[in-house]
Structures are given as C-alpha cells and as structure tokens.
Design a protein around this ligand. Structure first.
Ligand code: SAM
Length: 159
C-alpha cells in the first residue's frame, strides 16, 4: 500500500487510513497530506504504536462510524481484512464473506471530495466484490506463493 501511495504520487489536504494498525500507511500519508486520520476498530493496535506525527488524528472506529460526517477526504486507503475464513481465523485479516469490504465501499463514496479516490488492497483469494458505481485501475501487484496481492485505485462513477 505504501508503494501504491508513492506510485500515484498522492498528495492533498485530507487523507484517511482505514484499518491503520501500526500506522505504516498513515505515516506515509502524513508526509503528503496536511491532515491525516488514522482509524482502527481495535484500540489495542493503536495503543501499541509509538509516536504519531503531529498532523495525524487517531480514531477508534468501526469503519466510518465515528468519523465526523462533515469531513471529506482526497484519499482513503484501506489494507483491509481480505482473506476468507478457510485461510484466516484472526479478525485482523479475516473478511468473512467480504462484508467488511462491502460496508467500507458503501461508506467511502460519501466521504470523498469531488476528485477523491480510494486505494484498496485485495488478494486473489478475496471473495468477489461488487464494484458497481466505481471506476477501477490496478496500481501495484505482488505475486506470493499462494496468492497475488494488488492495490486498486477506485474513483466514483458520475451520477
Ligand atoms: C491487514 S491489517 C492492516 C494494518 C496496516 N494498515 C498495514 O497496512 O500494515 C487490517 C487492519 O484493519 C483493522 N480493521 C478490521 N476491521 C475493521 C473495521 N471494521 N473498522 C476499522 N478497522 C478495522 C484491523 O484491526 C487491522 O489493524
């Protein structure tokens, strides 16, 4: 995901890193955006992180639940739980039937600025996603032994 952020040369006013975990992606965004929101549902992973850059706002939230509705972002990144159950039991990586991803996409559309985009990391093992309403473009890919990881850039289709 960090490679993808660099490749699209993302920069702007506001960015949000969903499922920030240790904050590796949020740190890259902090160098490129004026304000960054680092969001995770698990307060433990946020507490484990050492120091956040001064322009990062850290928030515990189940997806967009606690993100103020008046905030709009130029970029939203998500390295989500993307593996179905047979591969992963841990909540950090287990996306069930893809409902976290579907819910994320349903919420993300309304949180973007006019030319805002989403960078979403997926795997060849991720259950198929409904991407109606989005234009997609592959940004980076990585072949591993048992799966292929790739980052999609998503922009909203017009009305
Ligand atoms: C694959 S890890 C990614 C961690 C980090 N962003 C990275 O790239 O290394 C997925 C993260 O998503 C978080 N997560 C899972 N479900 C979530 C939800 N409903 N809302 C927000 N974060 C969630 C997990 O706690 C975990 O930190």
């Amino acid at each position: 995901m960090v490679d993808a952020v660099r490749k699209v040369n993302a920069k702007g006013e506001k960015a949000l890193d969903m499922g920030t975990g240790t904050g590796i992606v949020a740190r890259e965004l902090a160098e490129r955006f004026e304000e960054v929101w680092a969001v995770d549902v698990n307060p433990e992973v946020l507490r484990g992180t050492l120091e956040w850059p001064g322009n990062v706002n850290v928030l515990v939230s189940d997806l967009f639940e606690n993100v103020k509705t008046n905030l709009k972002f130029d970029l939203i990144t998500f390295n989500p739980p993307y593996l179905p159950e047979p591969y992963e039991e841990d909540r950090e990586l287990n996306c069930g039937d893809g409902e976290v991803l579907e819910k994320f996409l349903a919420g993300a559309g309304g949180r973007l600025t006019e030319n805002g985009k989403v960078l979403l990391l997926l795997s060849s093992l991720t259950p198929e996603l409904g991407l109606e309403g989005w234009r997609k473009r592959g940004v980076v890919g990585l072949k591993l032994d048992f799966e292929e990881l790739f980052v999609l850039e998503l922009t909203r289709r017009g009305p």
